[in-house]
Write a protein that binds this ligand. Structure first.
Ligand code: SF4
Length: 785
C-alpha cells in the first residue's frame, strides 16, 4: 500500500487555523448549570422554519436573512449564519421559536441566546465596519404567532471585547486541539499493520478502501467472511486520515456485535496499551448507558444531570486525555466526575477522531453525527459494517405508523381542552375506516383531512403540555410523539413509500385500523448522507447484485465496486442442492420426513455440530419433533421466539469444539448472520428455505412498486432479500483456512438459473436428489476431514 495520499484542496493557512462555529463556541464557553432534557413542548423543525419565515415576511423589503458572518481571533476562525438584519434600523435579530410560557425559559438558555447574538453582532460590525448595532432577541410564539422582542444597543468595541473573551476561553482548548491533531496525524502516518502479512483477500480490500479514501469516492465492497474485513477497512481508512485532513471517521454497525468487533480490531491495531493519541468513542443507546433508569434527565430528578454543565469541562478533559472511550472507560470517567455517561458521550462526539456506533447516528432523519457534520462542516469518512442490513434499517428509519386503538383509549380520559381536537381526529379516521371494504388497502394519496386534524391535535397537545409541563400524561405524550413522527414522514411522502391501512378486529364487533407509511426506497434520504461524507465504504459478504444496493441506497454512479476473491478453496465446503424437494408452504408436510432423513444420514456420516435453518418457527418445530422421534440419539436445541441475550448466548454455547448436535434456527433471525463458530464448532448447515419474504398483501404491493420503479418486482421484493439471507447463513460454516464443512440447500428452486447466479462464485455446487443424498454409501457422504 502507498504510504501517503495528498489532499487536493486545503491550503497551508487552513492547516494552522482552527475553525469553530458560533454555536459551538458559545455552547463551549457560555453553557452552565443543569442538564435538562425534560420534554418541553418545542416547535417541530418545519414549525421553526415557518416561524422564521413569518418573522422575515413581517420585516421591510431591505431585511436580509441568513447572513454568513465570520471573523478571526489569532488563529481561531469563528463562523456562522445570523438570522436577520435590518440595515435601515441597523438591527440584527436572532429568532427563536417557542411554545408555552416564555417566563419559564431557563436562565441558562436565555444567556446562551444572548451570547450567540453578541458574537454575530461583533462579526457583522466588523464585516460592515459599524461602530454600534442594535441586537434583538425575537421570541416567536408558534401558537399565537406573537413576537416578544428583547433588544439592547451595543458598541462594536464592547462586542469585540465580549467576542475576544469567549475566544480566549476557547483558544487554549483550540490550541490543544491543534496539537492533538498534529500528534494524531503523525501517529496515524506511522501506523503499521499489526500482523506479519495480510490474509488472502484482505490486501485487495485494504487497497480499495485506501484508494477510495484518497480519491474521495464511495466504495461498495463485497468481501467474504473470514478475511478480516473490519481490520481490512479500519486500517487503510485511518492511514488515509492525515493525508486527507479528515476530521473524523465514523464506523457504523447494524448491531452491537459489529461495534464490539470494531473495538476488538482497533485494539489489535493500536496495541493492547493503546498508547495512540487517536481518540475513539463508542456510542451506545441511552437505555444501555443510563445510570438511573428510574429518574428523569433533569437536575431536579437525576444527580448526574444536576450541575452537568458546570462539571462538563473537567469531565471532557479527563475523557479526552484517556482517548480510549469504549462504554466501560467512558462510564468510569463520567462517574468519577459525576456527570451522565450518555450525555457526556454525546458531547464528546464533537472532539473525538473515531466514533463507533449504530447506523442510526448517521443515517436517521435526525442523526446526531450527520447533523454535527453539517453544522460544523467536518470532513468525514464513513465505514458501514455488514452493509446489506442498511436497506432494511434505513427503510425503518423513514417509516411511521399510527394505531387507531391508541387514540380510542385516549379520548375517554382526555382533559376537556383536548376533547374537540381528538374528536376531530377520530371523526376523520372513522370516515377513512368506514370507506375501506377490505382488511388491507393501499392508497395512492394521503388522507389530507386526517393529517390536518392530527396537526391541530398536535398543536392542542403542545399547548396542553406547556400549561402543566411537570404533569404530562405518558399516554398522551406517546400519542403526541407517534403523531409527530407520522406527520414528519407524511411530509416526505413520495413514490419511494407506500401508504396503507390495515383494518383488524378488536373484539365486541368493533374494528380499528393501523395507518402505515412504509418507506421502500431510502435512496432519496441517504443520498444527502453520502454527499456529506468524503468517502463511504459499505462492506459485507453479501452485496449482490450490486445494482440492488446501489439503487435502493442511492449511491452515486461514481461509487466503485470490488468483489474480493474468497480466501477459501471450494474443496473446503461441499455444497449440495437437493433439487427434487419442495419446501413451499403446500409441500411442507411431505418435506418433513425427507429432511429428517437427510439430517440423520449426514449426522451418521460425520457427527458434529450443525445448524438447520427454516422459514418459520412452525416449520422448525415440526422437523425438530420428527427428528427427535426418528433419531432420538441426536441432540438438538431450538431457537425460540423472543430470546433474550442470555438465551442466545446459551444457544451458541452448545456449539463446542467436541460437541455433537443440531441447532434449529429460523433463517434471517439471530443465528443466520453475525455469529462466529470456527473449526469444529460448526461443521455444516441445512437450509430448508429460500428465505423469501412471506407472500402477503403488503409484500405484493411492495412488488408492484418495485416493478414500477426498477422493472424487477419479484427480484427486488423476494428473491434478492431471500438469497442474501441464505448466503449469510451458509457463510457461518467456513470461518478459517482449516475449516471443512457441508451445506445442504434444500429446495428445487435452488437449481433455477437466476437463483444459482446469486450463490457465491467460489462455491462448487453439486445437484442431487433426496434419494441420492439419503442413500447409504452415497458419493456425497464422505467429507474431507
Ligand atoms: S443518568 Fe439516566 S436519568 Fe440521569 S441524566 Fe443520564 S440518562 Fe438521564
Amino acid at each position: 500500500m502507498p504510504t501517503s495520499c495528498a489532499p487536493s484542496s486545503l491550503s497551508p493557512a487552513d492547516e494552522q487555523r482552527y475553525v469553530v462555529a458560533v454555536r459551538t463556541l458559545c455552547e463551549f464557553t457560555a453553557k452552565s448549570g443543569d442538564l435538562d432534557v425534560r420534554f418541553t413542548p418545542s416547535p417541530t423543525a418545519s414549525e421553526g422554519m415557518a416561524g422564521h419565515l413569518t418573522v422575515a415576511a413581517r420585516r421591510g423589503a431591505d431585511y436580509q436573512t441568513e447572513l454568513t458572518v465570520s471573523g478571526d481571533y489569532r488563529h481561531l476562525r469563528v463562523r456562522g449564519r445570523a438570522d436577520g438584519y435590518d440595515p435601515r434600523a441597523n438591527r440584527l435579530e436572532e429568532v427563536k421559536t417557542y411554545r408555552g410560557d416564555l417566563a419559564l425559559q431557563p436562565a441558562n438558555h436565555r444567556a446562551l441566546h444572548w451570547a450567540q447574538l453578541k458574537v454575530y453582532g461583533c462579526l457583522l460590525c466588523q464585516q460592515l465596519d459599524l461602530q454600534e448595532i442594535e441586537l434583538t432577541l425575537v421570541y416567536f410564539d408558534i401558537a399565537t404567532q406573537r413576537e416578544t422582542l428583547i433588544g439592547e444597543r451595543h458598541a462594536a468595541s464592547a462586542l469585540r471585547t465580549f467576542f475576544e473573551q469567549l475566544c480566549q476561553r476557547f483558544i487554549a482548548w483550540a490550541e490543544q486541539e491543534v496539537a492533538h491533531r498534529k500528534q494524531r496525524d503523525l501517529a496515524l502516518e506511522a501506523l503499521r499493520f499489526p500482523h506479519e502479512g495480510f490474509r488472502r483477500g484482505q490486501r485487495p480490500l485494504a487497497e480499495a478502501v485506501y484508494k477510495a479514501a484518497c480519491t474521495g469516492t464511495h466504495l461498495l465492497a463485497q468481501a467474504p467472511t473470514g478475511i478480516g474485513k473490519t481490520l481490512g477497512t479500519l486500517f487503510p481508512q485511518l492511514k488515509a486520515m492525515s493525508g486527507q485532513r479528515l476530521d473524523k471517521v465514523f464506523f457504523l454497525a447494524a448491531k452491537s456485535p459489529g461495534r464490539h468487533l470494531a473495538l476488538h480490531s482497533l485494539k489489535t491495531l493500536l496495541g493492547e496499551t493503546r498508547q495512540q493519541p487517536l481518540r475513539t468513542l463508542e456510542l451506545v443507546a441511552r437505555d444501555k448507558a443510563c445510570e438511573h433508569p428510574d429518574k428523569a434527565c433533569n437536575g431536579a430528578s437525576c444527580p448526574l444531570a444536576q450541575g452537568f454543565y458546570d462539571r462538563l469541562p473537567t469531565a471532557r478533559e479527563a475523557a479526552l486525555n484517556a482517548a480510549w472511550l469504549d462504554q466501560q472507560a467512558l462510564r468510569s470517567v463520567a462517574l468519577e466526575h459525576r456527570v451522565c455517561p450518555y450525555y457526556l458521550s454525546q458531547e464528546l462526539t464533537r472532539w473525538v477522531d473515531l466514533v463507533i456506533g449504530d447506523y442510526n447516528y448517521y443515517f436517521d432523519l435526525g442523526g446526531l453525527l450527520h447533523g454535527l457534520t453539517q453544522s460544523n462542516e467536518w470532513r468525514i469518512a464513513v465505514l458501514v459494517d455488514e452493509a446489506h442490513n442498511l436497506v432494511e434499517r434505513a427503510r425503518q428509519m423513514y417509516s411511521a405508523s399510527l394505531d387507531q386503538s391508541q387514540l380510542a383509549a385516549l379520548r375517554n380520559e382526555a382533559p376537556a381542552a383536548l376533547k374537540r381536537p381528538l374528536d376531530r381526529v377520530h371523526r376523520q379516521w372513522n370516515a377513512l375506516h368506514s370507506e375501506q371494504t377490505a382488511p388491507y388497502q393501499r392508497h395512492d394519496a394521503l388522507p389530507t383531512k386526517l393529517l390536518q386534524a392530527l396537526q391541530q391535535a398536535g398543536s392542542a397537545l403542545m399547548d396542553h403540555f406547556s400549561e402543566a409541563p411537570s404533569s404530562i400524561d405518558p399516554a398522551l405524550q406517546a400519542f403526541y410523539f407517534d403523531s409527530l413522527q407520522f406527520l414528519r414522514i407524511a411530509e416526505l411522502f413520495d413514490a419511494h413509500s407506500l401508504f396503507d391501512i390495515h383494518k383488524r378486529d378488536i373484539g365486541r364487533g368493533r374494528s380499528a385500523s393501523l395507518l402505515s407509511l412504509r418507506n421502500l426506497v431510502p435512496a432519496p434520504f441517504l443520498r444527502a448522507r453520502f454527499e456529506a461524507s468524503r468517502s463511504t465504504v459499505l462492506f459485507s459478504a453479501t452485496l449482490s447484485p450490486q445494482h440492488y444496493y446501489r439503487e435502493l441506497l442511492g449511491l452515486p454512479d461514481t461509487c466503485r465496486w470490488i468483489d474480493v476473491e474468497s480466501p477459501f478453496d471450494h474443496r473446503q465446503l461441499q455444497v449440495t442442492v437437493v433439487d427434487d424437494l419442495s419446501t413451499r408452504y403446500q409441500h411442507r408436510q411431505s418435506s418433513l420426513r425427507p429432511i429428517v432423513e437427510l439430517i440423520g444420514r449426514q449426522f451418521a456420516n460425520r457427527a458434529g455440530n450443525y445448524l438447520a435453518f427454516f422459514s418459520s418457527f412452525d416449520y422448525l418445530e415440526q422437523v425438530a419433533q420428527l427428528l427427535t422421534e426418528r433419531f432420538p440419539h441426536i441432540p438438538l436445541w431450538r431457537q425460540s421466539r423472543r430470546m433474550d441475550e442470555s438465551a442466545r448466548a446459551a444457544f451458541l454455547a452448545r456449539f463446542t469444539p467436541d460437541g455433537r448436535g443440531i441447532g434449529f434456527a429460523v433463517l434471517g433471525g439471530a443465528f443466520g448472520e453475525g455469529i462466529d463458530l470456527p473449526g469444529e464448532r460448526l461443521i455444516g448447515a441445512f437450509i430448508a428455505t429460500l428465505g423469501l419474504p412471506q407472500l402477503n398483501p403488503v409484500n405484493e404491493q411492495v412488488k408492484l412498486r418495485m416493478q414500477q420503479l426498477f422493472g424487477a418486482g419479484y427480484d427486488y421484493t423476494y428473491l434478492y432479500p431471500g438469497l442474501q439471507k441464505v448466503v449469510q447463513a451458509a457463510g457461518r460454516v467456513i470461518r478459517g483456512q482449516d475449516d471443512r464443512g457441508v451445506v445442504y440447500l434444500i429446495d428445487d428452486r435452488f437449481a433455477q438459473r437466476q437463483v444459482r447466479a446469486l450463490l457465491p462464485a467460489w462455491w462448487s455446487v453439486e445437484y442431487a436428489s433426496i434419494a441420492d443424498c439419503t442413500a447409504p454409501g452415497h458419493r456425497l457422504e464422505a467429507v474431507p476431514g
